[in-house]
Design a protein around this ligand. Structure first.
Ligand code: NAD
Length: 477
């Protein structure tokens, strides 16, 4: 019988009536685990436990908090290969991608261990005599953390680390597709130190566990799709609690005539197709000027034929499977939609059979597409990209910005003038010059504009804005 993993509530591992199952997308015969699905009541209990822990944790010295974060960073680093393998098994990204993600998560915790002692304040003269004014930052309370499946270690880490660094307690709801990584991360975080209830795990479904968290937490940090984010933000606003939503993208990569062809092809293939296209920063729209168009399309098509799509843990695999049947069906649906709308298929994606039953799909490259097609408007989240031919940079920029999203935008060019203009005028939170639209550092802010993001930026020093509240004190002297 499959072991049923429990949730961590107030320092105790607690079972539940309902359960969710995690299946290996590279081999659907492999059940990664069965997990207790938290009830709404259990989520409320977890928030109460966190509130108790918060009383103590918010009073700890910066050194205590730094030590805890360093302990977590060290364990993640020491176990990156083992955890990377488990991540690849549960989510379907390749071993290299998965190990890199755990490594990055360790850096995130290490970074915030350093930030603990850098929380600043201001002291100003009052406009009135005999008064000092101080501006300081303090913790918010219990942070509800709701995360997607595509970076099941890194995304929770870049929320949990600043939450704890700035003196908050946490209730964490991982995606129902990656409960194992949520569990392993919680074990490591809870082993790092701190009072029972400081970090609580509530594996479960969005409508039950996620919804209950929004009803109880003091603030919500969410990463996921736009429809879910919109629903969460609306409820958070009704409750008047701070909310931060990082959501989808329809990220453009412009390739200009003067681009270095190899660089442009590398950026496109990596940005659009690696990690099975399942990245919020994936380049799904390739906007290419006339002079380089055919050479670029031919070179990308050639590279795509060489990619190995197979079991995530098999040596030599470049691209693992889609995460589940639903995502695979969605990819296939969009391949059909593109064809129906008149996009030309340059590389035809196929659902593939491999040694083990899994959700394997090869890349699709559409060409001669218009920006108003459904495949260019909606986030697909699969290994599907569409080329849009343009006459020059100006048309390319206008098309790049003609989208409801604004997460990442890239340009490949050797012209400093166009690169600088694009940096200033791309309507996105991230701009990449001669780099893939995906692939980020851990110490600088991350987030988008328009429908891609709502609320303060995540990561780096900018995380402080969400995980602290500002207090202004007037002191008679
Ligand atoms: P999703 O919106 O379906 O789910 C995200 C999380 O929200 C899950 O934990 C889910 O259980 C929970 N949830 C669902 N319904 C809920 C509800 N009613 N109340 C509370 N919680 C609820 O997204 P997904 O399929 O897990 O992830 C893919 C999406 O995430 C894509 O759109 C992708 O672009 C986005 N994403 C964004 C970023 C970013 O930082 N901008 C990073 C990674 C992924």
């Amino acid at each position: 019988m499959t072991e049923r993993y429990k949730n961590l509530i107030g320092g105790e591992w607690v079972g539940a009536t309902d359960a969710i199952r995690s299946i290996n997308p590279s081999d659907t015969n492999d059940v990664v685990g069965e997990f207790a699905a938290a009830s709404a009541k259990q989520v409320a209990d977890a928030v109460s436990a966190a509130r108790q822990a918060f009383k103590q944790w918010s009073q700890t010295t910066p050194q205590v908090r730094a030590d805890l974060l360093n302990n977590i960073a060290t364990e993640l680093l020491n176990r990156k290969d083992e955890l990377g393998e488990l991540l690849a098994r549960e989510e379907g990204k390749t071993r290299a991608e998965a190990t890199g993600e755990v490594y990055r998560a360790s850096h995130v915790f290490r970074f915030f261990a350093g930030e603990v002692v850098r929380v600043g304040g201001e002291k100003l003269p009052s406009v009135r005599p005999g008064i000092d004014v101080e501006i300081s930052r303090g913790p918010v309370g219990v942070i509800g953390i709701i995360t997607p499946w595509n970076f099941p270690v890194a995304i929770p880490s870049w929320k949990i680390a600043p939450a704890l660094a700035f003196g908050n307690a946490v209730v964490f709801k991982p995606s129902e597709l990656t409960p194992m990584m949520g569990l392993r991360l919680t074990e490591i975080v809870s082993r790092g130190g701190g009072p029972p209830g400081l970090v609580n795990l509530i594996n479960g479904t969005g409508p039950v566990a996620g919804q209950a968290l929004i009803e109880n937490a003091d603030a919500i940090s969410f990463t996921g799709s736009v429809p879910t984010g919109r629903q969460i933000a609306l409820r958070a606003i009704q409750r008047m609690i701070p909310v931060q939503c990082e959501m989808g993208g329809k990220n453009p990569l412009i390739v200009l005539d003067d681009a270095d062809l190899d660089t442009a092809v590398n950026c496109a293939v990596d940005g659009a197709f690696f990690q099975t296209g399942q990245r919020c920063t994936a380049s799904s729209r390739l906007i290419v000027t006339e002079g380089i168009h055919d050479r670029f399309v031919n070179a990308v098509a050639e590279r795509l034929q060489k990619l190995v799509i197979d079991h995530a843990l098999k040596p030599g695999t470049n691209i693992g499977p889609a995460v589940d049947q639903r995502q695979l069906d969605k990819d296939v649906r969009y391949m059909e939609i593109g064809r129906r709308e008149g996009a030309k298929v340059r590389v035809e994606g196929r659902v593939l059979k491999r040694d083990t039953p899994g959700f394997y799909i090869s890349p699709t490259l559409f060409v001669e597409t218009a920006n108003n097609l459904q495949i260019n408007r909606e986030e697909i989240f699969g290994p599907i990209a569409a080329v849009i031919r343009v006459k020059d940079y100006d048309e390319g920029l206008a098309i790049a910005n003609d989208t409801e999203f604004g997460l990442s935008a890239g340009i490949c060019t050797t012209s400093r003038k166009y690169a600088r203009h694009f940096q200033a005028n791309a309507q996105s939170g991230l701009v990449m010059v001669n780099l893939p639209t995906a692939g980020l550092d851990y110490h600088v802010p991350f987030g988008g504009t328009k429908a891609s993001s709502y609320g303060p930026r995540e990561q780096g020093r900018y995380a402080e804005a969400f995980y602290t509240v500002v207090k202004t004190s007037y002191v008679s002297v």
